[in-house]
Structure formats: structure tokens, C-alpha cells
Design a protein around this ligand. Sequence first.
Ligand code: R5P
Length: 296
Amino acid sequence: MLIFNPDSDPALAAQLNRLLDAQAGALEQRRFPDGESYLRVHSDCQDQDCLILCNLFHPDERLLLLLFLADTLRDCGARSVGLVTPYLAYMRQDKRFKPGECVTSRPFAKLLSGAFDYLVTVDPHLHRYHSLDEIYSIPSRVVQAAPLIAEWIQARIPQPLLIGPDSESEQWVSHVAELAGAPFQVLQKERRGDYDVSVSLPDLDDAAQRTPVLVDDIISSGRTMLETLNHLRAAGLPRAVAIGVHGIFAGDAYNQLTEVADVATTACIPHLSNQIDIAAPLADAVRELLAEREQH
Ligand code: R5P
């Protein structure tokens, strides 16, 4: 197997190379003076299973090159071309809220489904969709971060109270709570704009004795976490731990969050907050999908 990593996540790429007993694919990429991309694959791909590790955060900057690369690998004789994207972008617009809005999750899924044989990701934002199969036409595997997060919490936080900032987070926080053997609460969120979010706090019984541990799938502007943290502080709760599966941290979000909480994320998006490793289940998922392809 050859693993290509066109963007910069050399740490995860090296882990996957080792776990999958694969070789690093060699690429040459640069920009022409007019901004267009030059791409050349130096590895021999003939009859090889090729895998692209591409973190699709900031997707607009990465997608075109990713599609060029997938197409080139196929053109050079690859036996299969798979995609590992720990963060699957454009899952949150899963509905047309206003007339004429692009339901971006769908055309994005079409583009990736047309380019790849299979897809592996971690906890995509499945809210109105129940499964990736509703919009992706290729086989996919979803790695769940809950067992990894639960293990991390159990090893570090003696009396946790898990908190989900909104109803969408319930699927993650309830799963983590069950695995960690900890109580959980889910709050109510109202979002009025990208940076305008309010969260209401129900009665938290024995909360004062416990460390609040917020769990959400995505930390983007950080508003959801910040708003929740402000409420917890106002209610007199101890300093919280904020855990995100996917830490995007737009703008100054990370600095603002670390002022009021300890922040930890999985290694889905490379960031200094990464504390929870995801390489092993990603490699298992790739193995499973390739084994299924062999059978058909
Ligand atoms: C949406 O419901 C997600 O689960 C997250 O709560 C949301 O994407 C977080 O975004 P932000 O950090 O911009 O508030």
C-alpha cells in the first residue's frame, strides 16, 4: 500500500504507514505563477492500493488538489484509491434553511464519491442524516471517538460530570458518559449567527463536587463551548475540561477557550491541543474496507 499525504499531517501519516505496513507515496506539488497547481506522482502506483490522507478542514483550500491527486493515481494504474479524512467537512449544512441555499453536504459528497473507492472518517456531524450512506455512494467507515475519549477521561479525571452543550451533542456525550461510567447533562443551545450563540443551563444536582467535562464533536468559532463555559463558571462550578473531537479553532477560539478551561482534542485535526490518538482505529477501518473489496 502507498499512502499519500498532500497536506501537512506528517505525524498521522507516519503512524498510518507503520500500522498499515505501507510506504509513503512521493509527490511533487507546486503552484504556477498564476496560482494553478502542478502535481506529479513519483511513486509507481501500478496495481497498488493507494490511500490519501487528507484532513478536510479548510476544505476549499484542499479539495481541488485532492481530486487531482485521486484522478492521477487512478490514471497511473492504482488498484484502489481510498480516502482517510479524519474530519469530514461540509456535514453541517444538511438542510436548506432559506430558499436557494446550497445544501453543501450533498454536492460535496457527490464530488468525493465520484473520486474515491472508499472513505474513512471520524465522527462526522450526522444530525439530520442518519448515516453517510444517505449522501455518499461509496463504502465508508466511521471511527467513533467515544471509546478513546472515555478512556482519556477515566485515566485523568476522578469525578467527571459530562456536559453536552446542545441536543446535537447528545449522541457523543451520552456514549462517552456510558463508556466512562459518568453522569451527563445535555444543555439547550440557540444559535442566532456564526458568533452569536446562547446556551441555557438546567439544574446540575451534585455538580459542585464534580469536574465539568464538556464534550462536542466540533469546536469551530468556539462560541458554543465558550457560552457553556461562561454559564458553568457563573453557576460556581470548578474549572472545566473542554473536549472536542474535531478542533478547528477558527480565529482566536483556542486562546479564548484556554483562558477559562483545559482544552483537549483528538488528533483528527493537527493542533497543539491534540491529546487523544486516533491512528489505530483509522488503520483498522482501512483494513476492513480493503478486505471487503477483496471479497467482492
Ligand atoms: C453543531 O451543532 C456542532 O455540534 C457544534 O456544536 C458546533 O459546530 C460548534 O461550533 P462553534 O464552535 O462555531 O460554536
